[in-house]
Design a protein around this ligand. Structure first.
Ligand SMILES: Nc1ncnc2c1ncn2[C@@H]1O[C@H](COP(=O)(O)OP(=O)(O)OP(=O)(O)O)[C@@H](O)[C@H]1O
Length: 227
């Protein structure tokens, strides 16, 4: 569904991501891991045209995606929940959800059942929600808009453990319905429990791209914890 080839990116003259190659297939759940500052957010932002592409190609649903055009990926059914959650603070919860809703698409998960607070606080401006509540709204928006690909940066930030369990189950349902899923998270152990494939980033480069197995866990542990 998403294919990234030799992608380099950053901010103006500053290069952060170097020659990244990876793909996320239909129904696949991929984890992008790496220590703080290794370039995960910048990689996602470069894919989505929100940071500067300095080289390489992005293709989605069989079409080339030009640099600096987040609208193209959005129109083709890809959604990104950025690290800052990307909610519109002055709009209500209801209005935030309406903007993410696509007429021709309903996700495999009912976001109101998944996050009851979206109904309880539907008339509240999103800027007045707590961090964890904004996170739920941001994830709901990504699920509503991601007809083919859902990408979530810092998936579990601010979420209570019981909500994390529900979110993981929801993403598994969404993936089973044929959507490609890519997540960044700070909890490598937990993430490795439920994702299908792992990408590991070190100093702007992808150093591991592999299905998750016992050997992968050991290697991730070494790279994430012991250096
Ligand atoms: N707007 C920016 N302008 C210049 N450099 C930036 C900008 N945003 C991030 N960087 C730099 O890019 C590098 C990678 O940051 P990035 O946020 O992509 O890493 P990350 O792996 O997502 O880290 P974290 O888990 O802490 O969010 C860091 O050195 C950071 O200082």
């Amino acid at each position: 569904m998403l294919t990234v080839t030799a992608l380099s990116g950053g901010y103006g003259q500053a290069n952060v991501v170097r020659e990244a190659d990876f793909a996320v297939g239909t129904g696949e759940i991929v984890a992008l891991l790496g220590r703080n500052g290794m370039g995960k957010t910048t990689l996602l932002r470069t894919v989505f045209g929100l940071a500067d592409r300095q080289g390489g190609e992005v293709a989605f649903a069989g079409r080339p995606v030009p640099p600096g055009r987040p609208d193209v990926l959005a129109r083709l059914g890809a959604s990104l929940m950025p690290e800052d959650r990307g909610v519109f603070p002055t709009l209500t919860v209801e209005e935030n959800l309406a903007l993410a809703t696509r007429r021709s698409f309903a996700p495999a998960v009912d976001v109101h059942a998944l996050f009851p607070l979206l109904t309880e606080r539907r008339r509240q401006p999103a800027g007045t929600l707590s961090g964890g509540q904004k996170q739920q709204l941001g994830i709901a928006r990504a699920l509503l808009a991601g007809r083919r690909l859902v990408v979530v940066d810092e998936l579990t930030q601010g979420l209570q453990p019981s909500v994390v369990t529900d979110v993981v189950a929801a993403l598994q349902r969404v993936a089973a319905s044929g959507v490609a899923v890519l997540v960044v998270d700070q909890q490598p152990d937990r993430t490795l429990d439920w994702c299908h494939r792992v990408l590991l980033m070190e100093s702007g480069r992808l150093v591991l791209d592999t299905p998750i197995a016992a050997e992968t866990r050991r290697r991730c542990h070494e790279l994430l914890m012991l250096r």
